[in-house]
Design a protein around this ligand. Structure first.
Ligand code: SAH
Length: 398
């Protein structure tokens, strides 16, 4: 396969690499000037020249590549990719066997042994997301591996090569049959319309599957529900199907309205009985305060970073203030689903933001339950940033 570049790891980084950290950081390498073309295979050595690990070179915002093996004699070849893909698919067999769920992640980057690439399954179609030029060099080998171990109708890809992982607009269809638009998938019996070839995002975030089910099954019945940062309204759909009196979805993006109407419609829900509001959530909170609105269930799932005309929001800095605003429009005895996908802090720090928010709102709470990534978003303990999702169900007691 590709050419091998030998890189020396600075002594201060040897320990973490030996401990199993899969990401290769530029500052860890003594002779990073040797890096040639992305996609090259890398062999890492300690400062005495002893073998540490092998991987590939691919520039991402996170680092310059990923470790693929810690065995000197393991070849990074077609067989290697096939092994990893096969194991990953076996790990999701419970989902392939679930007739109520036809959309899930089948390969989760470093969690499945190959950082920089994820693969999702949408009712017979596969979507590969490439996070660097480097991993994209392995496209043919990875597709070969998929062809051997999984049956699918068609394959799509999203290139997220630039440093921020921003999507590059393209025709994303690769091989096989083109998917219908929309493609209807199921999740625990709920329907969702997805578009594999429209933009960076397909219409649903699969990592929230268990949270949607929980909201539908245990938290929605007879409740008024506010879904903020609602995107295509997937949480609103779950709540409406669970018997909510009414859902209110708020998102600043114009497209969110028609997308939310569509998600309600494919579930047989009368969208006209729901509120779908295109507005900045921060303005909506002010409006709700002025009108003395309050809700039984408030869902708060902001992006990690967002910039709108008036606000810059960063979960790491501003989550407490945002949650405080949500607390103020939640009924006493009501529930807040506080969620974040921010990878720069963990659950402990997130719980600290929650404590602070309730103090600021002069209110008391109880934690009802917590969710992390579902099993198909496989993570490894050596790479905490990969375990990004934190969802806490909070009861407002006073
Ligand atoms: N909770 C959603 C996913 C949220 S994605 C789900 O589970 O499907 C983040 C969304 O926040 C995007 O749709 C984006 O348009 C929206 N957004 C970002 N900043 C916003 C703001 N200030 N007010 C309202 N929506 C915002």
């Amino acid at each position: 396969m590709n050419k091998i570049i030998k890189l020396k790891v600075k002594s201060s980084y040897v320990k973490s690499i030996k401990a199993g950290v899969p990401l290769i950081k530029k500052e860890a390498i003594q002779n990073a000037n040797l890096l040639g073309e992305e996609g090259a295979l890398i062999e890492l050595m300690d400062d005495k020249g002893a073998f540490l690990a092998k991987g590939y070179y691919g520039q991402q915002n996170k680092g310059i590549g990923w470790i693929l093996s810690r065995q000197k004699d393991e070849q990074i070849d077609a067989h290697f990719f096939e092994k990893k893909v096969k194991k990953a698919l076996e790990h999701r067999s419970f989902l392939f066997n679930d007739p109520e769920t036809t959309a899930f992640r089948v390969f989760n980057g470093e969690g499945d042994g190959i950082g920089g690439v994820t693969i999702e399954y949408f009712d017979g179609y596969l979507l590969i997301q490439w996070y660097s030029e480097g991993i994209y060099q392995f496209k043919d080998v990875l597709i070969e591996a998929l062809n051997k171990v999984v049956e699918y109708k068609g394959l799509y890809e999203k290139k997220r090569f630039d440093a921020q992982g921003t999507y590059m607009a393209d025709d994303d269809f690769v091989i096989g049959e083109r998917a219908p638009e929309p493609l209807l998938v199921k999740e625990n019996g709920m329907n969702f319309a997805v578009y594999l070839n429209e933009s960076a995002m397909v219409g649903i975030f699969l990592d929230q599957r268990e949270v949607r089910k929980k909201i539908r099954d245990q938290y929605a019945e007879g409740k008024t529900v506010l879904n903020t940062f609602s995107y295509t309204g997937a949480f609103s759909v779950a709540a409406a199907l669970g018997g909510a009196i009414k859902t209110t979805s708020v998102d600043v993006a114009n497209r969110s309205k028609s997308k939310t109407i569509e998600q309600f419609s494919v579930n047989g829900i009368d969208f006209e009985a729901q509120d779908i509001i295109v507005e900045d959530v921060f303005n909506y909170f002010k409006y709700a305060g002025r009108k003395n609105l309050s809700f039984d269930l408030v869902i708060l799932d902001p992006p990690s970073y967002a910039r709108s005309k008036k606000h810059t929001f960063s979960a790491g800095k501003d989550y407490s203030d945002l949650l405080e605003k949500a607390i103020r429009i939640t009924e006493k005895g009501g529930v807040i689903v506080a969620s974040t996908n921010c990878s720069t802090f963990g659950m402990d720090k997130f719980k600290g933001f929650i404590v602070k928010a309730f103090q600021q709102a002069n209110s008391k709470y109880q934690i009802l339950e917590e969710f992390r990534l579902p099993a198909d978003f496989k993570t490894i303990k050596e790479f905490k940033e990969g375990d990004y999702l934190k969802v806490v169900f909070l009861k407002k007691r006073s």
